[in-house]
Unconditional design. Sequence first.
Lengths: 227, 227
Amino acid sequence: MTIKAIGLSTIRSGRTILHPTDLVIEPGKRVGLVGPSGSGKSTLGHALVDRLRTQGQSVAHVPQSPDEALDPLRSMAFHWREATRAAKMASDPAKQQALFAALGIEGGNLRTRPWSWSRGMQQRFVIAMALIGTPALLVMDEPTSALDPVIAADTMDLLDSYLKNRQTALLLITHDLGLAAHRVARLMVMEDGRIVEDAPIEQILSTPKTSVAKALSAHRNWNELPC
Amino acid sequence: MAIEDVSFSLAPNQTLAVVGESGAGKSTIINAILGLVPCSSGQVTWNNAPVPHCRPALVMQEPRSAFNPRLSLRRSVMEPLVARRITVDPTRLEKLCDGLEISTDLLERRPAQISIGQAQRVGILRALIAAPPLVLFDEPLSALDAITQKHTARMIAELQRAEGFAALIVTHDLGYAATYSDQIAVLRAGRIEELTCARTFVEAPQTKYGRRLRDAAFALGALERAA
């Protein structure tokens, strides 16, 4: 199903964080949303998820911080059951085992509460919850920010194999164009609460139009910098 | 986290990056150097005297929470001088502010009133104000966005060239470590697995874990393979 959200906007304490934005994502397409800190990326992600949920569309959201996803007073097992129900899936211990093993969190005790898990493990648990079912859209907000590089790379590989052969579209939100560069087909660039550029990734990497896209592209890795 | 049999040497104007997974003991190295955790064996010296005698400085990971929220940034920056009853040439503050692109009116604000990127630059200013011969950086860029990271890394390098301090940088970002340090120490489970020149490390890591780290940096787009 095509993801469509018209006129998303967010105003907080009288300040416009997100100017009216229309968003269309084709089924199964991978889209990156990049921009500097404070440009409104996460706000757009939240607004989109809220809109799609009220429209009754299936959407899985991995927020930037696991604190947003996990209730400190509930056990991890409770969260898992809740996510399974939300994805309209039957409980499947073998699949759960496989997901946990792929993310390297098979050692986590599900009977404990979030705070007895490390930050990185919480983040991976939230990613696992998002991958239980097959939603129309998966929104991942800085999914690797709390992870060590080796684990982060493994996690992105898992995401790749999950998306293969599925009709799930991906919105990958990150400040790091290097992370998005090889993983998305289309890129949206945000600045001051607006999408200022929206084009195929190759085009933005080779000929960025706006100054913010130029800066993101030039700083997408450390290679070009003097030693 | 315990560390064992960790040895390295660092000269003025030189940078050592310590990389490795969470829980490997990266921050413990910093704490041991500062004397915040006692060493059960071995010693940490600077010019044959215990390191605390040389008054090393520390730049912390979370720039905003590293400042007293009730004080103006200027007072926080001056605190190391007041505490040690030393005075510095007022032009020194000016010179450092110039190098870090900090305007003087920024220093009149409190931590909550500035961006994280600005706060980290003020954190660096506070560390350098008393001209320490050794500066320890604990994940100095991890709270910053991709563009600000590169900008800040360059400022640190330029200040190091001007001031000549030795730098020890704990980071999980191999791209940063490879670009801006002379040596890289790969720490795993409290031991140094590999200690090599940064260039050599990127081209040919000596250990299996070193290779995984390097490949993760490629996979995550922190470094791009040479064509």
